[in-house]
Design a protein around this ligand. Structure first.
Ligand SMILES: NC(=O)c1cc2c(=O)c3cc(F)ccc3oc2nc1N
Length: 327
């Protein structure tokens, strides 16, 4: 039987370390220096080595797994992860708005979000604890990459409320990490990744999660499998609710009350795209109200209540800008 004081100390350390990790990786505002985190982490490792029975699923020491997998198990998504229909110009945005207004016969507000160029992932929590992480796969069957996703520091191992929920979002590699990784690979004579999205996908497909742990991946969560698992009745509120649960959400979201506002948002981020610390390939426009989303429903492959506006590929955009200058 382990002394009460040691059990208590281990619990204190776990909570403190998870709080520091949340501040650093999710809020991007650490409250302590790295050496404070490292010494508390080492103290917890020492206690857990002496008393393995004190190790819990959500201990920060459990983020980097030990074993190398033979392969990935399949995961069936009870609620499919659909893909989005893409549009490429303002006329199609207006047509989308007209279709939605006609179908609903009501006023509609839209939540606009940046379209993160990463990998869709689904995170299942039971009583607030992370139990499974999976890729989108073909939307119905994905791969179990729990071990790898646990190494992504911005993914909480336990939520701020002990609820059962399946969150969905994008796992991505920040631009700086992508450049550093390719420099490192070049020096070692290894193939470089074409873009951050491929680098993130390659990092999440590692059978050895110790490699994934070094790739500095991050996440932006943007929805849940079943909106009934949330208190919110709209997409915009749901993003705040996900943030309050401890997830990282993208702060550039905007609630728009007209398609003109949507277009302004698109133009704003077509300009700002190069300044972001992560790659985006467009903007996702969603009917905000969940009841209205339900009324609109889905086609075989995509929701009728959301559309993805795709930016021209980055190099093309630079060319366009240069042409404008020469005219
Ligand atoms: N890459 C993204 O940043 C992003 C992607 C999607 C989706 O793929 C997506 C797919 C659906 F069927 C419904 C809503 C969605 O919302 C989304 N929202 C986002 N912000």
């Amino acid at each position: 039987m382990v002394e009460k004081s040691i059990v208590k100390r281990a619990e204190e350390l776990r909570d403190q370390l998870n709080k520091y990790s949340y501040e650093y990786y999710v809020k991007d505002s650490p409250s302590v220096e790295d050496f404070v985190y490292d010494s508390l982490y080492q103290e917890l490792v020492d206690i857990e080595n002496k008393h393995p029975e004190l190790v819990t699923e959500d201990s920060p020491t459990q983020r980097v797994g030990g074993r190398v997998l033979e392969g990935f198990e399949k995961v069936v998504h009870d609620v499919p992860l659909y893909s989005l229909n893409d549009v490429f110009n303002k006329e199609d945005i207006i047509a989308f708005d007209k279709r939605v207004q006609k179908a609903l016969g009501q006023q509609v507000s839209y939540t606009c979000e940046l379209k993160i160029d990463g990998l869709s992932v689904s995170l299942r929590y039971e009583n607030g604890k992370l139990v499974q992480g999976a890729t989108r796969g073909d939307g119905t069957v994905g791969e179990d990459i729990t071990e790898n996703l646990k190494t992504v520091r911005s993914i909480p191992l336990s939520l701020k409320k002990s609820i059962t929920i399946e969150a969905r979002g994008e796992c991505y590699m920040p631009k700086k990490s992508f450049v550093r990784l390719n420099q490192d690979r070049e020096e070692k004579g290894q193939d470089v990744f074409a873009n951050p999205r491929n680098a993130a996908a390659g990092s999440l497909r590692q059978l050895d999660s110790k490699i994934t742990a070094k790739r500095n991946l991050s996440t932006f969560l943007y929805s849940v499998a079943d909106t009934a698992s949330l208190k919110s009745s709209s997409q915009f509120d749901a993003l705040q609710e996900l943030e309050d649960l401890g997830f990282q959400t993208n702060q550039e979201r905007k609630l728009c009350h007209s398609i003109d506002e949507v277009w302004d948002y698109i133009e704003e981020f077509q300009e700002k795209r190069g300044d972001l610390s992560y790659e985006i390939d467009g903007v996702v426009i969603k009917v905000n109200n969940f009841k209205q989303q339900e009324n609109l429903g889905y086609t075989v492959k995509a929701p009728r209540w959301a559309i993805a506006y795709k930016f021209p590929p980055e190099e093309a955009q630079t060319i366009i800008r240069d042409i404008q200058w020469t005219v």
